[in-house]
Design a protein around this ligand. Structure first.
Ligand code: PGA
Length: 244
């Protein structure tokens, strides 16, 4: 059993939501895998209806760390929870790079998500420059340490996940080789054992996952599933990845 999370990013029109979701529910409902759809937050309410009675879950792509107040344009974790969301993606590299989110801000969001009963999917990953400088794992290790600091106990019982997404592989068509991904995942497994003991933390790989490379990646010892961007916008492709 594996985890398959779809990150639609800022894609899919209101007219397309149902046509994308229904074939995924038809295929994935009742499987032992954990399937999570993360649409733009404006569609969460519709996902709540479309997924009701199925074994699929849904979540948001981001949230703020305050629960309410004068924070124009932000979305509260309380609101996500009230709309039925189970998960929230935090620290995606696009949030870090385009919107300037820091490790410290992401840590606050992790706290807020946990306080409000959401399961964080914490994203980490190195840039090409960092990888070429031999810093891939040290970058990831430090992103994880800061994101979880002070919340180790709450995280243990939360059902949270970590997604390793090398920045150079996201949306570029350049997938990490199974060996490259496994090497970092093995390091994260060891770090999680030190931080969380025996608690199982699903480790997802993300970055140009496609039907054609999914099974080889999933065969790696420390890869428990995927966070899928581009290929999650096609029900056929996403279902083929689940079938892997
Ligand atoms: P991609 O995106 O599958 O399009 O590379 C993955 C992600 O950013 O989560």
């Amino acid at each position: 059993m594996a985890v398959f999370a779809a990150n639609w990013k800022m894609n899919v029109s209101p007219e397309e939501v149902e046509g994308l979701v229904k074939p995924i529910v038809d295929f994935a409902n009742g499987r032992s895998d954990t399937v999570i759809l993360c649409p733009p937050s404006i569609y969460l309410e519709r996902l709540n209806t479309l997924l009701s009675g199925s074994t699929l879950h849904f979540g948001a792509q981001n949230c703020y760390f305050e629960t309410s107040g004068a924070f124009t344009g932000e979305i509260s974790p309380v609101m996500l929870k009230a709309l039925g969301a189970t998960y929230v993606i935090l620290g995606h590299s696009e949030r870090r790079q385009i919107f300037g989110e820091t490790d410290a801000l992401i840590a606050k969001k992790v706290t807020a998500a946990l306080d409000n009963g959401l399961k964080p999917i914490i994203c980490v990953g190195e840039t090409l420059e960092q990888r070429e400088a031999g810093q891939a794992f040290s970058v990831v290790e430090s992103q994880i340490s800061v994101a979880v600091a002070g919340n180790e106990t709450a995280l243990k019982s939360s059902g949270f996940m970590i997604a390793y997404e090398p920045v150079w592989a996201i949306g570029t068509g350049k997938v990490a080789s199974p060996e490259q991904a496994q090497e970092v995942h093995a390091g994260i497994t060891a770090q999680c054992q030190a931080l969380f003991g025996d608690v199982y933390v699903p480790l997802l790989y993300g970055g140009s996952v496609k039907p054609g490379n999914a099974s080889e990646l999933l065969a790696q010892a420390d890869i428990d599933g995927f966070l899928v961007g581009g290929a999650s916008l096609s029900a056929d492709d996403f279902n083929s990845i689940i079938a892997a």
